[in-house]
Each structure stands twice: as C-alpha cells, then as structure tokens.
Design a protein around this ligand. Structure first.
Ligand SMILES: Cc1ncc(COP(=O)(O)O)c(C=O)c1O
Length: 585
C-alpha cells in the first residue's frame, strides 16, 4: 500500500503535532493559557511549543560542556521547592542519582525532566490533531533507533532520549479516537495512583510490608462484592494479573471445592472433570483448563443464540450427556459481556441449572462487570448474585490503568485453603498483629503487584456516581453509533437489535460490493475489507478499531467504547474515516 500522502492526512498538519501549527497560533494559545493558568500555563506552553515559549525558571539546560552541576539552593529541606539545578546530563549517569552521595539535586532534576516528558505525552494524548499511532513496520522500527543492550552505561541524557523515543512510537491509548481494545483511555487520577504505586514499590503478600494497600484491597473487594449483591459484601477475593488469570483462579477453586484432595494428590486421584462455557466465551477458560491439567477437551462449548448468549437448554442437555458418559461437571463459566458481541448470558436460568446439578457457577464479567456501577444497565447482570465466583476487570470498562482485575468468591476461606503453602519466612504465625491481614498465601503468586490503589483512588475521586456517568456515556455513544449506521448505505449489522454493551459489530460494504450477489466471491472479497481499512487507519494513524471473523462470519468490525474521552464527533469521525479509507476497495 502506498504510504500516506500529505493530501490524505485529514488534519492539515502532516505530523499532526500541535507544534506543527503556525507560530502565531501557538503564541495565541499560550497567551490564553497563561492568562488563565499563570505558571501552569507557562509550563504547558513550554512543553507543547518548545523552549522559545519557556520561561527561564522552568529549567533550561546548560549547553554541553558547561559546568557539570550547579547547586541551585543552599536550603537544608530535602526535597525543597527551590528552582532546580541546571544539570548537564551528557556527563551524568544513573550512578549520579540517589543513593549517590549528594545525589538529591540531580535526582530531583532528572525525575522532573522525566515528568515533563510524561506530561507532554499525556497532554498530546487528548489532542485530536495528533496521531493515535506513529506506525512503523517492525523491521523499520528496529532500525529507527538503537534498541540494543550494551555493556557500558548510557548517560542520563541518553536515558531521557530513550524515554522520549519509547513514547514517540507508543500507541496513544488515551486518545479519544483509540477504540481498538476493551481497555482504553487515560485517567489522570489513575495515572497519579500508578506513579504513587511505583514509588511505594512494595509487594502485596503481607500486612507487614503493605499495610495501607492490604487494607485498601480489603475495603475495595468488599465494596465490589456488595455491588455483586452478596449481603454485607461478605466473601473473599483477590486482585490478579488480569481477567484470564481471574478465570483460572475460579476454575482452580471450583475444582478444589469439589475435590479438595486434588491439592495434594493431583488429577490422577479424581474423576474426569468437565467444564461448560459458551462458544462466544473468552479463550482464557480453555487456557485455564489446559494450565490446570484438566485439558481443553474437557471444556464443553455451549451453543449461543444469534445475539451471542448461551442457550440454557443446550447447557442442560450437555450436562446430562457428560454425566451419562461418567464425567463430572464441576464448573459453568457464564459470560457477562462477551468479548466480541458484548452479550450477557442469561444468568438466572444458568444459576437454576447450576443449582439443580450442584455445579460451581462462575461469571466472567471481565468486560461487563463494570455495568454493575450503573443503575440504568446493571439489570443485564441479574442473577450474578447467585454466582459462586465473579471476574470483574476495572481495567476495561471502568478505565482503570492496566492491570486491575478482581476475582470475587462468595465463600470465605476457600481461596486460602486451596492455595496456602504456609511459607514460614513470610507468614510467621507468631507476628504481633492480626494475621488475617496477611492475605498473600491465598494467591498463586508469591510476589504480587499493588493493583488496588489506582482503582481505590479513582473511586474516591469520582464516587460511584462518577463511574456510573462514565459508563452510561460510553453505552450512549455505542447506541449513537448503532443508530447512525444501522440503516446507512454501505453497512450491514452482524446481529440485529440495539447492542447490550458498547460492542457494535458491523461490516462496511464498499460500493464495488454493494450490488454483488451474496455468493462465495463476495464473501472472500468482503473478508479482506476490514483488514485493509484497518491497515490504512494504522498507517495514517487517525483512529484504531478492531476486527475479526467469528464462526461462519467473515471479518467484521467490532467497535467498543470504553474511552471516556470519546464524543459524538469521534463516532462520526470513525464512520467518515471508514468510508474515506474503504470507498475504493
Ligand atoms: C470476557 C473476557 N474475559 C476475560 C478476558 C481476559 O482479560 P485480561 O485481558 O485482563 O486477561 C477478556 C479480555 O478481553 C474478556 O473479554
């Protein structure tokens, strides 16, 4: 495909950067910013438009060869608020940063410069005149910069360049026109919380080393369980490294509940188990079965209706069939918000079947769990309160920075007995505080990242009503897109009716295919349309949306909206862009 010509770039400035605007525009913008924000405006202008607009006190660097380091203050408060030193990073290395002797000023200056780089990236992420992605093919990107690791240390100047270069080629996942994944957006409080988490740099295994974070995990999981509908928020849970792992935890605990001896004796000691999930469910259910030695053949896929919801009668039929063969059904994994269609399985009917056959009911709400925050949409998960376990990923619909996924378990203590190994160097039984706060032994991991703080801080900042508004807005935008395209020439919906989640699945039919008969040739041409439009989107960098085939359906677009920055105009932009890039196919 030809590389994008300047005529094709829709924003006027080829590079798409604010700096590409005329100096006059930049200056006018700066004047407005300075008028309203004073010092912050100055700083922002300097970040966006370069040193020309930068006030002297924001730390212009000494030219190479200048004095290595000039002390900027004589005060003994560390850290202080005095202007930072002029530091020539060309002569400095990581060994000059703390804990180096007298390393305070250099460290503060270096980290402030890193923050400046990050702030510049953050501000640009929301600027619609910048590209979502500066796409390069892997071989080009490998040659674009020296990414190799060497024996000798780089200077701090080079380290800062590494940071800038890495962000230059990163996808702006907070950009209002980034719709590619279920996890999108860039939340400012979430970002601040992530920075704090990294600065605290601790491990979740015991209260001893993560007192605040362990308590926050306790408080937050209890609140999430309350929202699931378990009385008083009672039960158990853990933050895990993603929905796939949360689903695997559910399978592990369900197996242990039925056959506790499996922990010591392994699979050879128990009968052949089978699990059930819908044909639209996430692949992690099968992955979990493979990892736990249950085997992917033991995951029985239940048929779905045309909207992608599990058909309960087929579930019951397959359970009976498995029992007749002598297998032991131990888990049904229902999905609340499937990955592609955004379908919600009928949880009440599934709960009735699980109760009848005494099977553990898990609800994979990795994608749809966020709707529990919305009074308008939470009915879609009716019946979730009857589940034995629930996966809920705040890093998807709630916009919490990756990674943040919770597994919630109705029965307290089960996770602990299933996973605990009593390592005596971590979980000493004669510590001087309440040992129930040493929660690490219920995890599969030893060390565990602090994932809770960003969710907790965002929840404090927005309140439940703030999350609700954010989620309602995304669903409203999805409906807006659906209404715009359902009868528009050149579009076919993959399934009929209003989307239940923010997934809008459709084919774009280019003019050349519109009058063709619905035969094999048309299918094979249609199959190539979405990948070609997507490739063009990435090359121009204007927007990103996902596509896939599913069952007998050839490649179609799956639009999802979880990005709180998106607006009606961005939806209209996406439609125009698909048509602009696909009309000649
Ligand atoms: C329904 C569902 N479950 C589980 C997952 C896995 O979540 P994660 O990517 O956090 O592992 C996904 C991911 O898209 C999903 O859509």
């Amino acid at each position: 495909m030809a590389s994008p010509g300047s005529g094709f770039w829709p924003f006027g400035a080829e590079e798409g950067s604010a700096a590409a605007e005329s100096p006059g525009t930049a200056r006018a913008w700066c004047q407005v910013a300075q008028k309203f924000t004073g010092g912050i405006g100055n700083k922002l202008c300097a970040l966006l438009y370069g040193d020309a607009e930068k006030p002297a006190e924001t730390g212009a660097k000494a030219a190479p060869g200048a004095a290595e380091q000039r002390p900027a203050c004589a005060c003994d408060q560390k850290p202080c608020s005095c202007p930072k030193a002029d530091v020539n990073y060309a002569f400095l290395h990581a060994t000059d940063l703390l804990p180096a002797c007298n390393g305070e000023m250099t460290t503060m200056s270096f980290l402030q410069d890193v923050v400046d780089i990050l702030l510049q990236y953050v501000v640009k992420s929301f600027d619609r005149s910048t590209k979502v992605i500066d796409f390069h093919y892997p071989n080009e990107l490998l040659q674009e910069y020296n990414w190799e690791l060497a024996d000798q240390p780089q200077t701090l100047e080079e380290i800062l360049l590494n940071c800038r270069t890495t962000l230059k080629y990163a996808i702006k996942t907070g950009h209002p026109r980034y719709f590619n994944q279920l996890s999108t957006g860039l939340d400012m409080v979430g970002l601040a919380a992530d920075w704090l988490t990294s600065a605290a740099n601790t491990n979740m295994f015991t209260y001893e080393i993560a007192p605040v974070f362990v308590l926050l995990e306790y408080v937050t999981l209890r609140k999430m369980r309350e929202m699931v509908g378990w009385p008083g928020g009672c039960g158990d849970g853990i933050f895990s490294p993603g929905g796939a792992i949360s689903n695997m935890y559910a399978m592990l605990i369900a197996r242990f509940k039925m056959f506790p001896e499996v922990k010591e004796k392994g699979m050879a000691a128990i009968p052949r188990l089978v699990a059930f999930t819908s044909e639209h469910s996430h692949f992690s259910v099968k992955k979990g079965a493979a990892a736990l030695g249950i085997g992917t053949d033991s995951v029985i896929l239940i048929r779905c209706d045309e909207r992608g919801k599990m058909i309960p009668s087929d579930l019951e039929r397959r359970i009976l069939e498995a029992k007749q063969k002598g297998f032991v059904p131990f888990l049904v994994s229902a999905t609340a918000g499937t990955t592609v269609y955004g379908a919600f399985d009928p949880l009440i009917a599934i709960a009735d079947i699980c109760k009848k056959y005494k099977i553990w009911m898990h609800v994979d709400g990795a994608w749809g769990g966020g709707l529990l925050m919305s009074r308008k949409h939470k009915w879609k998960l009716n019946g979730v309160e009857r589940a034995n376990s629930v996966t809920w990923n705040p890093h998807k619909m709630m916009g919490v920075p990756l990674q943040c996924s919770a597994l919630l378990v109705r029965e307290e203590g089960l996770m602990q007995s299933c996973n605990q190994m009593h390592a005596s160097y971590l979980f000493q039984q004669d510590k001087h505080y309440d040992l129930s706060y040493d929660t690490g032994d219920k995890a599969l991991q030893c060390g565990r990242h602090v994932d809770v703080f960003k969710l907790w801080l965002m929840w404090r900042a927005k309140g439940t009503t703030g999350f609700e508004a954010q989620i309602d807005k995304c669903l409203e935008l999805a409906e807006y897109l659906y209404n715009k395209i359902k009868n528009r020439e050149g579009y076919e919906m993959v399934f009929d009716g209003k989307p239940q989640h923010t997934n809008v699945c459709f084919w774009y039919i280019p003019p050349s295919l519109r009058s063709m008969e619905d035969n094999e040739e048309r299918m094979s041409r249609l199959m190539k349309v979405a990948p070609m439009i997507k490739a063009r989107m990435m090359e121009y960098g204007t927007t990103m949306v996902s596509y896939q085939p599913l069952g007998d359906k050839v490649n179609f677009f799956r639009m999802v909206i979880s990005n709180p920055a998106a607006t009606h105009q961005d939806i209209e932009f996406l439609i125009d862009e698909i048509e602009r890039l696909g009309q000649d196919l």
